[in-house]
Design a binder for this molecule. Sequence first.
Ligand code: HEM
Length: 448
Amino acid sequence: MRHTPQGNPQNPVPQLTAMEHARVISRVLGSPILKGPIIRRPKAVNLAERLNLDSAGVDELKQLRAKYGSGPVQLQLFPGRRVAILLDPDDVHRVLNDTPDPFSPASMEKRGALNHFQPSGVLVSNPQQRQQRRSFNEAALEAGQTVHSHAETMTRAIREEVDALRGHLDFTETLAWEAFSQMWWRIVRRITLGDSARDDTQVTNDLNDLRARGNLSYLMPKKRTQRRRFLTTLRRYVEQAEPGSLAAMAASVPATDKAVTEQQMPQWLFAFDAASWAAFRALSLLTAAPGTAAIARDEAETSFPDLPQLRAVMLESLRLWPTTPMILREARETTVWRNCTLDAGTSVLIFAPFFHRDDETLPEAHRFAPELWLQDRDDTNWPLVPFSGGPGFCPGRNVVLLTASVVLAEMLQHHDFAADPTAAEPLDLQNLPGTLSPFSSRFAVHRR
Ligand code: HEM
């Protein structure tokens, strides 16, 4: 169905009514804020799953589009803070493509949250600083390369850590979140900081404490001593530059003072957390979809470590349950749209679940459709943005898809996974839920 905007560019942006404000705040913004925007609160994610909170947000935005058309609509979060909500994929592309000017990623909300642990991170930088920090990130993460040049060291770390998990799998014949997450973080510390960081739980505990403060943004005072300790540790790993690690990349990529190398790295570590939720959900999809595990095993025999089928399952997990549900920009100048004009200073919200699960425009909205990611496509009207898009797209996309697909391939090699028979309901691949909590997922495991 094609939705057309109403009004004309000279009009002020449509303002939501008081009742719509209440509904959008509770049904759209409520779930990501409750679950934790910077670090997830497992109990809240489990609750969101039980109450199917994320589907409510998608329904709410469909209702707004039916009433106002597909142009942006605006709500007032608090006095002086206006947020325009996008309802059309064309507008999403415009905002992402016109990043960082006039649509800056460094929104007030992001600065409040991320300043707790990376005040000089690329995401919260002004346009001049951004240029250098962005180039640094792209170079270190080799953003344009499907397989990172450190893949050999990365896959060795993954193989060793999955091997170390096998005893647990054989003994307990189950896999739950705790064991998976512990393995995942060992891998992430090795890939990012070097093998010697495998058991450095202090560095991730510090980061997690600071992220928990980030969840409450400006409401929490900064813990500067802990932040200094955390960033000093990262600097030490860069100086060590263990061969094959991302820290070694950070040490070797030419960077100006403005790039503040170690302050780009918290994003690398913390964003790998999102990948762990997505990978565990991908395992749920793989176990529910007959034949996909076998396809993945075949692929691992022939095209390791570039595994397009497993990457597609990961991407599908991220489409169905986006780990960055709210992509925020701040308009630095007045902007003119098809139906209205938006003032400078307005925040612009792309609510990814709405575009990924819009069954009025995407026939595959609620079903498992990895083929979406394997076929040629027309990117101009592509509404799926798990890694954002345009000049601010996620430069870690390829590193993360490599890591997660290789972890899944290694896990599937010697074991069969099935949905835990004690789980409330098996996944219905034709009608997938709006929320899937990785924290309460469990698998029955058998050696092959
Ligand atoms: C499943 C895992 C991940 C997902 C879904 C993801 C998604 C995203 C998204 C949506 C953004 C844009 C955020 C915004 O504009 O507000 C972003 C930015 C970024 N991501 Fe990722 N990311 C993931 C993992 C990673 C990893 C593992 C790394 C590094 C190793 C990484 C590095 C970055 C960086 C540096 C930025 C900032 C880019 C900029 O502002 O120019 N990401 N990511």
